[in-house]
Design a protein around this ligand. Structure first.
Ligand SMILES: *Cc1c(COP(=O)(O)O)cnc(C)c1O
Length: 388
């Protein structure tokens, strides 16, 4: 059998070594506490589940959905952006539901990237930006994110010839994995830069409703003229504890949204309609759940930051996202540190190297571990740090 080069060229699964270690430890009977994956532990809100149950009973929802999504969902998406950010979208031209935002993030490369084309991809980053580019035959130009720049790319440092050839610029704030946030001024600068070089901006914003200490993350569309060059991916997953239902959205430039719709309509047949009804219930319904979840995450964040500092790690307190990103002491790789933690404490963290070269020297902990398990993990780390 001869597999395609794009499959052969896939990087080895970044967390394969850790997964193997976890499996081995569990087989030995070790009680593992994991801070690995950013997947809300709290259930989907009751009124959202009620909408699913009701929609499941209606035979209309048993048939193929339209790939462009229910008009009432697209209207609800536009209403959400209006209410949340005071920005307007034409529901039928400037919004599109996705089978989880990851699906659209992966597929949008097919709208822009021909073989040999350049995508500007931050490092560290959510891995799908790079993989989507690679699947489309494109090349990634790495934008180095550094702690001293607040984990923002230095767009002026991109060489002129690269900027001219580039087709897309990926951005993601609040950021996974670093927890960094970007100001409206940064987005203004990015939009101006993108217009100058005729590059499309693909902003990934699934954490805009996961924020702390009163911080209110922006959308790129608060920048006047952003719609000329940008789309934004967003998701129900993190804000409404809906990772398991697989539904997300893209909003913004009509030509870009239409291109993604045309690609998708040739690959998938849309989102199960009962799940679209859940999504409408989530963004049209009461929003108190968002604040409730954020209060819980903020308390967990504070506990994790406190303990990691006791362990001798440098941590900037994140204003948003589900992640605490911590700098290791010099001289140990993130993979070795993570492996040692599993061996010596049974606690799982994510090595930063899994998100790119600039993630080396860092680990990521997610605040989606249930309170009692989180406390158990933190107790072990405190004990471990006092032993060393
Ligand atoms: C979780 C996450 C996503 C994917 O969200 P889904 O809508 O569940 O596919 C996309 N981008 C980033 C940066 C994420 O952390």
């Amino acid at each position: 059998m001869k597999l395609a080069r794009r499959v052969e060229a896939l990087p080895p699964y970044l967390f394969a070594e850790i997964s193997k270690k976890i499996a081995a430890k569990r087989a030995q009977g070790v009680d593992i506490v994991t801070f690995g994956i950013g997947d809300p532990d709290l259930p989907t809100p009751r009124h959202v589940l009620d909408a699913l149950h009701q929609a499941a009973e209606d035979p209309v929802n048993h048939r193929y959905p339209e790939s462009e999504g229910l008009p009432e969902l697209r209207e609800a998406i536009a209403r959400y952006y209006q209410r949340r950010f005071e920005v307007s979208f034409d529901p039928m031209k400037e919004t599109l539901p996705l089978i989880g935002s990851k699906e659209g993030i992966g597929h949008i490369a097919l709208c822009f990237i021909d073989p040999g084309d350049i995508a500007l991809v931050p490092d560290p980053a959510y891995p799908v930006y790079e993989i989507g580019t690679m699947f489309a035959g494109g090349e990634c130009y790495r934008l180095d994110l550094k702690r001293e720049n607040g984990w923002l790319p230095d767009l002026d440092a991109i060489p002129d010839d690269v900027a001219r050839r580039a087709k897309v610029l990926w951005l993601n704030y609040p950021n996974n994995p670093t927890g960094a946030v970007a100001s409206l001024e940064f987005f203004e600068k990015a939009v101006a830069w993108a217009k100058k070089y005729d590059v499309a901006i693909l902003h990934d914003n699934p954490y805009c409703d996961v924020a702390y200490d009163g911080y209110n993350p922006p959308t790129i569309f608060q920048v006047p003229g952003a719609k000329d060059v940008a789309v934004e991916f967003n998701s129900w997953s993190k804000a409404y504890n809906m990772t398991g239902w697989r539904i997300g959205m893209v909003v913004g430039n009509a030509q870009m949204v239409d291109a993604l719709m045309r690609v998708k309509s040739n690959l998938d047949s849309g989102i199960p309609q009962a799940i679209q009804k859940m999504a409408i219930a989530a963004i049209d319904g009461p929003q108190d759940c968002i604040e409730e979840h954020n209060r819980i995450y903020q308390r967990r964040r504070d506990r994790i930051v406190e303990v990691l500092r006791k362990c001798g790690l440098e941590v900037d307190v994140p204003k948003a996202s589900l992640y605490v990103w911590a700098k290791l002491p010099d001289g140990i790789t993130s993979a070795d540190y993570a492996a040692r933690l599993i061996d010596e404490t049974g606690v799982v963290v994510t090595p930063g190297r899994g998100y790119g070269l600039n993630g080396e020297g860092y680990i990521r902990l997610s605040v989606t571990t249930p309170d009692d398990r989180l406390e158990e993990g933190m107790r072990r780390l405190e004990e471990w740090s006092s032993r060393r």
